[in-house]
Design a binder for this molecule. Structure first.
Ligand code: SAH
Ligand code: SF4
Length: 345
């Protein structure tokens, strides 16, 4: 197989050129063609000698991922289906916002997910495998090469649980900030609450935002809708979050998917406000996107706008900022929790 170069770090590119018997500065040239000029082919790399370009053509390829399919939503959101080297697929999303210049890429970290949240389309798939750091980084590079647009923010909110693939995720964060050129302040890692992963990420002391998919302040309901939470009790999780905010000096985000009749009661809104009281955070309410389970059932309903507003108001009672997430790409199934590889062979 040819060696894919996009998504590799500078030291990795250096060992690649060394193996080819080329001088070390060639690695820097390749790095710049890939990450600064977003080259799609070796042919474009005009400051490399012709015979080197021919050699690269033989032994290497620019992109690691293959674009298998793309959909564009009415609001400009683009959903990408990428084929991985082993024939598996993952999805990524590029979101644009009319009121800002910024573009956010939502990347996947695993094929499927083992956490099994009962409202999530990826959760229905089960777990297949972890992505490598290079596979994570190349999603962003592929999006930039395809769209010709600079991604300004990255959210680790695609398929998979980032903190069950922590080392590759951390490596990808370093490559994104050093090579792709998107600073840590513009990165958000979202987790269902894997305490060892939160602690490991905190050790890196990077100013990235951590988002916790909390979804309910009550233990029983949480164990039902986020099954892995049986392993990681809420009080310990809140401690880990507060420590994370302390070390990184960044407020964490609490994500809360609103499911009618399950986690949207007045009592839960008040309990939520109390639970996160001492954690430096803001709360992001996500209206549920109806997704079908494999047997064709949509297990939940989205609360009415009125109920969403009421919940927001009550959750604000201890002074935290509470927002309701703006939806993107729902017409192409590119909204939160809808990534499920409809095209899998
Ligand atoms: N595994 C990580 C990151 C990927 S999911 C996590 O769970 O945090 C990204 C976000 O989408 C999470 O907050 C998740 O709870 C939310 N989500 C999943 N399914 C959803 C659905 N059907 N409607 C709305 N949000 C959903
Ligand atoms: Fe996995 Fe996140 Fe979906 Fe839960 S919400 S199943 S953790 S991807």
């Amino acid at each position: 197989m040819k060696t894919p170069l996009s998504g590799k770090t500078l030291p990795e590119l250096s060992s690649f050129v060394k193996e080819l018997g080329e001088p070390a500065y060639r690695a820097k040239q390749l790095h710049s063609w890939i990450y600064v000029k977003w080259a799609k082919s070796f042919e474009e790399m005009t400051d490399l000698p012709v015979d080197l370009r021919a050699k690269l053509e033989e032994v290497a390829q620019v992109s690691l991922l293959k674009l298998a399919h793309m959909q564009v939503s009415k609001d400009g959101t683009r959903k990408y289906l990428f084929e991985l080297p082993d024939g598996k697929f993952v999805e990524s999303v590029l979101m644009s916002f009319n009121d800002r210049e910024s573009l956010s890429a939502c990347v996947s970290t695993q094929v499927g997910c083992a956490v099994g949240c009962t409202f999530c389309a990826t959760g229905f798939l089960g777990f297949t495998r972890n992505l490598t750091a290079q596979e994570i980084v190349d999603q962003i590079m592929c999006i930039q090469r395809e769209s010709g647009k600079r991604v300004s923010n990255v959210v680790y909110m695609g398929q998979g649980e980032p903190l069950l693939n922590t080392e590759e995720v951390i490596t990808s964060i370093h490559t994104i900030s050093k090579s792709v050129g998107i600073g840590c302040r513009h990165l958000t890692v979202s987790t269902s609450g894997i305490i060892p992963g939160i602690k490991r990420l905190a050790e890196e002391e990077l100013p990235i935002v951590l988002a916790l998919s909390l979804h309910t302040p009550d233990r029983e309901t949480r164990e039902e809708i986020v099954p892995i939470s049986k392993k990681y009790p809420l009080p310990k999780l809140m401690e880990a979050l507060a420590d994370y905010a302390d070390v990184t000096r960044r407020r964490v985000t609490i994500e809360y998917v609103l499911l009618a009749g399950v986690n949207d009661t007045d009592e839960q809104a008040r309990e939520l406000a109390q639970l996160v009281r001492d954690v430096p955070c803001m709360i992001n309410l996500i209206p549920y996107n109806p997704t079908e389970s494999p047997d064709g059932i949509t297990p939940y309903k989205r609360p009415s706008m009125k109920a969403q507003q009421r919940f927001k108001h009550l959750a604000e009672s201890t002074g935290k900022t509470v927002t309701i997430r703006l939806e993107r790409g729902t017409d192409i199934d590119a909204a939160c929790g809808q990534l499920h590889n409809a095209y899998t062979k």
